[in-house]
Design a protein. Structure first.
Length: 419
């Protein structure tokens, strides 16, 4: 009981959160068409923020309850909604087509694909491409393992830099620390009333949620890079405004609330949903599962470090100094993304290997994939070769590309978004 029990429970919840953060974006990206992937992957972040708003609302619901009991009731309520979600999701949430193909359940995979593609679309072609991708991943897993991540070539290094770096950057801008300690920040700015603090938290949560919904539509229309740049620049200005609330002895609660509202809104435009969209789509099939786990791990490690040191740093350098520092970090991240983040709007997942090979001038990535796949086909049985003539011809023909030469139109119903 006591503190040990609380920490054990929190660690257990953290495992669940970590699995969700790693699996949700990848699952959604695997069942989405490339032209709509940005909007659909954003739904994961929308769901997270619905939970945040409900958490803020619980403060209002239990405002009349003794503090020693209120937080316990809040945690117990957190066990109810997930049970309903798990139950109802079994009726509307199909297995990933990629997982079904990996288990030799191709007929079921085709049925799932028919739900997301237009009537009459040849989903058998997509199943075939998924099967090719799984075979390449299996071959790479046995031939390379973790070496490709621990000792990456230039193209893989750029993939990891972009995917893992974006996940880390999301927490470097201080979002979890600021959300966790919003009540402390409001209290330090001069807002002492608990009902007022609760009301402000609910408003801030709703602003963040609404902006994320709007941002989901923009990722597939405007692209990833512009939204990240607007997000980071806006966050930098917003945090500078928040710092003004703690300069001198002026009564500036308005600066704090207005700055926090802008900060959360701009975060939700790009860094919030985009930091999970980018890792879910940039990694090659050969490293996607491992690289996504690394990205999630580093995101949570960064969140832990920033959040656990927030109060100590803020007290040591003043709240004004802390927010000025975070404003500068946002600008540094902006420069980093301007240099390293490529535009991935509308590109099939299979196209990422060629795209990063072109960006870095590293032909070894494509050569490795072709060699591994060719060797895998050489070891396959003759029956398997006869049943997959297209795969065999790919292994024999060095001229044929394993991925599309260029991205399809944004609004096209494309082939090969499920690998």
């Amino acid at each position: 009981g006591g503190y040990a029990s609380l920490m054990f429970g929190r660690a257990f919840v953290g495992l669940g959160v970590g699995f969700g953060l790693a699996v949700d974006p990848v699952y959604i990206s695997e069942i989405s068409q490339a032209a709509h992937r940005g909007q659909l992957v954003t739904w994961s972040e929308i769901a997270t923020n619905v939970g945040i708003v409900l958490g803020f609302l619980s403060g209002l619901v239990f405002s009349g309850v003794d503090d020693g009991v209120a937080w316990r009731l809040m945690f117990s309520m957190g066990a109810i909604l997930p049970c309903f979600v798990i139950y109802f999701s079994t009726f509307v949430m199909p297995e990933s087509p990629r997982w079904l193909v990996s288990k030799d359940r191709e007929a079921e995979a085709q049925e799932v694909l028919k739900m997301v593609y237009p009537d009459g679309y040849d989903v058998g072609v997509i199943v075939h491409e998924i099967k090719e991708g799984i075979e390449k991943e299996s071959i790479a897993e046995h031939a390379i393992g973790w070496d490709v991540i621990l000792f990456p070539s230039p193209a893989f290094k750029r993939m990891l830099l972009v995917g893992v770096g974006t996940a880390i950057a999301q927490q470097l801008v201080g979002i979890d620390a600021i959300q966790y300690f919003l009540v402390f920040i409001l209290d330090e700015s001069g807002i002492k009333s608990r009902p007022a603090q609760t009301s402000i938290l609910i408003v801030l949560g709703m602003i963040k949620l609404v902006v994320i919904v709007l941002a989901g539509h923009l990722f597939d229309r405007r692209g990833r890079r512009p939204l990240f740049f607007v997000s980071l620049l806006g966050m930098s200005v917003s945090l500078m405004l928040v710092s003004f609330a703690f300069v001198g002895n002026a009564n500036s609660e308005g600066f704090a609330v207005f700055g926090l509202a802008l900060y959360l809104a701009f975060f939700s435009v790009g860094m919030g949903p985009g930091a999970w969209l980018i890792p879910s789509e940039v990694f090659s099939t050969m490293i996607r599962a491992k690289a996504m786990s690394v990205a999630t791990f580093m995101n949570r490690v960064t969140a832990t470090i920033i959040s656990s040191t927030f109060l100590s740093v803020a007290n040591a350098m003043s709240y004004a100094g802390f927010f000025i520092m975070m404003s500068l970090i946002c600008l540094i991240v902006l420069v980093w993304m301007f240099v390293y983040l490529p535009e991935t709007k509308g590109r099939p997942l299979e196209d990422m290997s060629r795209y990063f090979a072109e960006i870095t001038g590293d032909r070894s990535l494509l050569d490795a994939e072709e060699m591994l796949y060719r060797n895998g086909n050489d070891d396959a049985s003759s029956l398997e070769r006869e049943s997959r003539p297209a795969v065999e011809s790919t292994a024999r023909s060095p001229q044929r590309n394993l991925v599309p030469e260029k991205p399809p139109p944004e609004d096209a119903h494309i082939v090969g978004t499920m690998a």
